[in-house]
Design a protein around this ligand. Sequence first.
Ligand code: BTN
Length: 245
Amino acid sequence: MKLTIIKFETIASTNDEAIRLAKLGVDEGMCITSRSQTNGRGRNGRIWVSPSDSGLYFSIVLRPKIEPKFISLLTLMTAVAVYETLKNTFSLSPDIKWVNDIHINGRKICGILAEAFETEIGIAVVVGIGINLNSQNFPVEFCEIATSILSESGEKPDIEILLQNLTKQFLKLYENFDPKTIREMWAERSSYAFGKSVSVVLNDETIYGTTRGLEENGALRVEIENNEIVIVQAGDVQSLRSSLI
Ligand code: BTN
C-alpha cells in the first residue's frame, strides 16, 4: 500500500475528512493529519480535545480485503502499532487497555477511533489515531487521566519522526495482516488480556469479573460468578484495584 499524506493547519476532524475522501473513491493509504482539530471526535460520541501541536491527529483510509468478522481486529492491530512506536521511538513502557486505548502509568496517551462504512467501491475503514505529544494545554479535568510523550519521556517529541515510525509499524502489520498473530501480539502487550479484575459498563448494567483472553474477533472474555463467561463486544472496561476486590 502506498501512503499519501495530506497535512492541514486546522480541520474539523481528520476522520471526517478521510471518510469524505474515501466516499469519493480515493485509494487506501490516503492519510490526513492536522496541527489542530476543531471537532475532534472520540469513541461513544465523546470529543477529542485537539489544541494546536499538542497531539498527533492522524487518520488513514483502508480498503481491507479481509473477512468481515475480522474487521474489528484492525483496531487491535492499530493499538499494537502505536504501542511499538512509543516503545521503540521514545523508550516508553505502554500498556494497551481493551480495546484500543494506550496507557502509560495508568494514564491515557493515545486513543483510536476506527469507523467502517460502505462506499461505491466496497467497504472502507478509516482509522483515526490521536497521540498526546504534550499535555501542557490540556484542560485541567484531563490532567489526572491523560498523559503525553513529553510528560513521560521528558523530551519534546519530533512529530515527523513519530509519524514516520508509526506509519512504518502500521504498514508492516497491515500488509501481513493475520488474525491470530494480531490477537497474540495484542495479548502480549496488554495487561488486560488475562487475569485482570475489571468492571465493565454494558448498556444497562455493570459486570465485575476477571479477563480470560480474546475471542476470534477481538471481543474480551470476562469470567463472572459461577464461572460464567461474558463476551464483551463493546463496553467501558475499567481495571479494579486489588484493594477493592
Ligand atoms: C477515543 O479514545 O475516544 C478515540 C480518540 C480518537 C481521536 C483521533 S484524533 C485523529 C482522529 N480524528 C478524530 O476526530 N478523531 C481521531
